[in-house]
Design a protein around this ligand. Structure first.
Ligand code: UDP
Length: 267
């Protein structure tokens, strides 16, 4: 397996499907099915899902509301999406845990790094809700930070575009896709991958990012199987975890419990 532990970032906006707002049930089920496929293969899956389909902090200012309040509203929106994804996964018999950056104890566990890692080792899909729990951040930053904390092999940023292009492919028909690019090139070419805080976290911690089209069925599985999809961002060509041998990855995550489906409920 190419990656043993992944952090999958899904945007809230993508969850809308063709709708203008909220959650499209079909899209939700599609995402859950894709996650199930790779989890069933023994890949440890952590997920961060955005809240843009419900509320973003910047919107608060347009309404004349307080920005910080808006950011907390955005974080709560991510919890709603996370709960929906959790439920969709559980309908498919995938064991899950939702860990939140804000304490909402009736519906989710508080985020505790060691707990998150333990859940992953037990084969549970871990969903991180409420971003990092602080205003003025995005769920991309939460994805980078949590990925570093749990020592994920890669951040897989699922978008509706198949990777990073020389220009916006939806506006410029001559735009071409990078299959691989370095962190420095992304910065020098001013390409839009993630917000700078999120991106810098990955760069400074040498955590590869793959930007790929999550809406095409089977893409997540193809990536895990080692197919070159989307765009891989690394320190320098050849330094990504994809090129790390399986033995090295085994050593990195040594001490893991065998990965089997449903396991006893204790943490
Ligand atoms: N947010 C925040 N801190 C975080 C994560 C999210 O304040 O750590 C708020 C912020 O207002 C953001 C909103 O939650 O706009 C929804 O997240 P995001 O915009 O990242 O969602 P996406 O664009 O991925 O749908």
């Amino acid at each position: 397996m190419t990656y043993q532990r992944i952090l999958l970032k899904l945007s809230g906006e993508a969850l809308m499907g063709q709708q203008q707002y909220g959650i499209d049930a079909e899209r939700l089920m599609q995402y859950a099915a894709e996650i199930k496929t790779v989890a069933d293969r023994g890949v440890q899956v952590a997920v961060v899902i955005g809240g843009g389909n419900i509320f973003r902090g910047v919107q608060a200012e347009h309404f004349g509301l307080d920005r910080v309040q808006g950011d907390y509203m955005g974080m709560l929106a991510t919890v709603i999406n996370s709960m929906a994804l959790q439920s969709a996964l559980e309908k498919m018999d995938v064991p899950t845990r939702l860990l939140s950056g804000l304490t909402i104890q009736r519906v989710c566990e508080p985020y505790i790094r060691r707990r998150a890692v333990r859940h992953l080792e037990k084969g549970r899909v871990v969903i991180f809700g409420a971003g990092i729990g602080s205003p003025y951040f995005t769920t991309d930053s939460a994805a980078s930070l949590r990925a570093i904390e749990i020592e994920a092999d890669v951040v897989l940023k699922g978008t509706r575009v198949n990777g990073i292009y020389t220009a916006d492919p939806e506006k410029d028909s001559t735009a071409t896709r990078y299959t691989e690019i370095t962190f420095d090139e992304v910065i020098s070419k001013n390409l839009n991958v993630m917000d700078m805080t999120a991106f810098t976290l990955c760069k400074e911690n040498n955590l590869p990012i793959i930007v790929f089209d999550m809406n095409s069925q089977g893409n997540l599985e193809r990536l895990i199987a080692g197919e070159s999809l989307g765009t891989l961002v690394t320190m320098a060509p050849g330094t990504d975890a994809q090129r790390t041998s399986a033995a090295q990855l085994d050593a990195k995550h040594s001490g893991l419990q065998p990965l089997v489906g449903n396991q006893p409920e204790q943490a």
